[in-house]
Design a protein around this ligand. Structure first.
Ligand SMILES: [Zn+2]
Length: 56
């Protein structure tokens, strides 16, 4: 999926026990719950690989 700010691609980034989506353009970070409603199937599939996502 794409950044709400600049439209660049968001990459899944895993950090310790947390997973974030980070924009490749403006480097804005999104928490999963912020974008949960907008996740596309591709991103959702990536997130499903992480077995212990913390939805904080
Ligand atoms: Zn951005």
């Amino acid at each position: 999926m794409n950044c709400r700010e600049c439209g660049e691609r968001l990459e899944v980034e895993r950090r310790c026990r947390q997973v974030r989506l980070r924009c490749q353009g403006c480097h804005k970070e999104y928490q999963i719950h912020e974008v949960a409603a907008d996740l596309d199937p591709e991103t959702e599939a990536l997130l499903e690989r992480y077995t212990c996502i913390i939805y904080d």
